[in-house]
Design a protein around this ligand. Structure first.
Ligand SMILES: Nc1ncnc2c1ncn2[C@@H]1O[C@H](COP(=O)(O)OP(=O)(O)OP(=O)(O)O)[C@@H](O)[C@H]1O
Ligand SMILES: O=C(O)[C@H](O)COP(=O)(O)O
Length: 407
């Protein structure tokens, strides 16, 4: 059983709050999209309003990536969103960080530096070992409690996610609470239930497909994006050199056999694209699967009109739809049609649940809204859809005893 903010005595308590504000970053190294910050405003504002002293912990990017930057601009934006000053310190667990945390008064907030600037935070540990890392040992003395609101990172077994709740009383923040509530009770949603699996996480998507088909949770699975392309190849379609090279370069080649096995076992419930839009110079050009392969260098970048009609017919009868991953390379205006129109069709269904950080960003960019729930999680949401436990959630379940709640 996970305790929530309702169970925490906040007034005067110094709380380490793990959020997931891992966001797109502009060329100048500053925040390009604040959606993930907005998601955490309720949790942070509640803790501050209730007199907590809040130290925010988060990662941004991965070592070596262009988006592996400081959290300074995140702190600036959080101050605007919260409507109060938010300090930032370029330290995570050193004396400088501890001093910044000790200096907090009731209702104050400080953002500590990107946890992944510290190498142990980019490794996976069991909780007991994670509790003996520098980050956890450095911060534990100045924190009274730990709140995890970082659902989107809950599939990682990293020190700030599983180590801190091993040594501190742990609570779920409001984002975490809602996500666990919605994604943890998909089995109770109305049927027919359709899963739309797009995007580029082929292996995870195939895991989800196996899981929901085996458990009888999915009446239909609609494939799109790179996932759809891999299923087409598994079905014997020649997508041409450009898409095949892409699949090979991304390391998805082994997934073709897994997709073929899935088609053998559950082919009647898996829908494949009937046409694709290829990159032909300035233009988007649609080709039916019978007309494939496309010309040299023409990659399948989106689903086409005929697929959209087919998928919309299946969606028309659905009571619940769960979608993860864009239908095409939505970053390119020529290939955003599939994502926009497929997701628009999903908004007409009584229960529509969207997972995926990139997907949520794509939908905002395309102006598509009206879903029952848009998850903050990509990999975490997918893992939860396979009914696997998330290490950070398990760590919260096992967190030590805590003080009593405020009245
Ligand atoms: N046909 C395609 N060919 C190549 N890339 C594609 C294709 N269709 C979609 N993509 C790419 O897939 C990416 C998004 O996939 P991903 O699986 O990462 O989504 P997500 O789950 O929403 O992301 P996140 O990891 O942020 O949660 C986009 O960058 C998009 O360009
Ligand atoms: O964006 C995400 O899915 C989470 O922030 C986790 O990031 P990671 O995949 O780099 O661990």
């Amino acid at each position: 059983m996970i305790e929530t903010l309702d169970d925490l005595t906040v007034e005067g308590t110094t709380v380490g709050v793990r959020v997931d504000v891992n966001s797109p970053i502009d060329d100048d190294g500053t925040l390009a999209d604040d959606a993930r910050l907005r998601a955490h405003v309720d949790t942070l504002a509640e803790l501050l309003d209730r007199g907590g002293r809040v130290a925010v912990l988060a990662h941004q990017g991965r070592p070596g990536g262009d988006d592996f930057v400081s959290l300074e601009s995140h702190a600036d934006r959080l101050a605007e969103l919260l409507g109060q000053p938010v300090d930032y310190v370029d330290a995570t667990f050193t004396e400088a960080a501890r001093e910044a945390v000790r200096d907090l008064s009731n209702g104050d907030c400080v953002v500590l530096e990107n946890t992944r600037f510290y190498s142990e935070e980019y490794m996976e540990f069991d909780p007991e070992r994670a509790a003996r890392t520098h980050l956890v040992e450095g911060l534990e003395p100045v924190l009274d409690a730990y709140v995890n609101d970082a659902f989107a990172a809950a599939h990682r077994s990293q020190p700030s996610l599983v180590g801190l709740p091993t040594v501190l009383p742990g609570y779920a923040g409001r984002v975490m609470e809602t996500e666990l509530d919605v994604l943890g009770s998909i089995e109770e949603t109305s049927e027919p239930r359709v899963y739309v699996l797009g995007g580029a996480k082929v292996s995870d998507s195939i895991d989800v497909a196996w899981s929901v088909l085996e458990k009888g949770l999915a009446d239909h699975i609609l494939t799109a994006g790179v996932v759809g392309n891999v299923f087409l190849v598994a079905d014997g379609v020649d997508l041409g050199d450009a898409s095949s090279d892409f699949i090979y370069d991304q390391g998805y080649w082994d997934e073709i056999d897994r997709a073929a096995d899935l088609l053998d076992a559950y082919g009647d419930r898996i829908a494949l694209p009937r046409d694709v839009a290829v990159d032909r110079g300035e233009d988007r050009h649609e080709l039916g699967v019978n007309a494939l392969p496309p010309g040299d260098g023409e990659a399948a970048m989106d689903i086409g009109e005929s697929t959209l009609d087919y998928y919309r017919r299946i969606l028309a009868d659905a009571e619940t739809v769960i979608l993860n991953g864009p239908a095409g390379v939505f970053e390119d205006d020529r290939f955003q049609t599939g994502t926009r129109r497929l997701y628009e069709a999903a908004t007409d269904i009584p229960t529509s649940i969207v997972g995926g950080g990139d997907t949520a960003a794509a939908l905002r960019r395309l102006g598509v809204d009206g879903f029952s729930h848009v998850s903050t999680g990509g990999g975490a949401a997918l893992r939860m859809l396979t009914a696997e436990s998330l290490p950070a959630v398990t760590a919260l379940e096992n967190a030590p005893q805590r003080p009593a709640a405020d009245d």
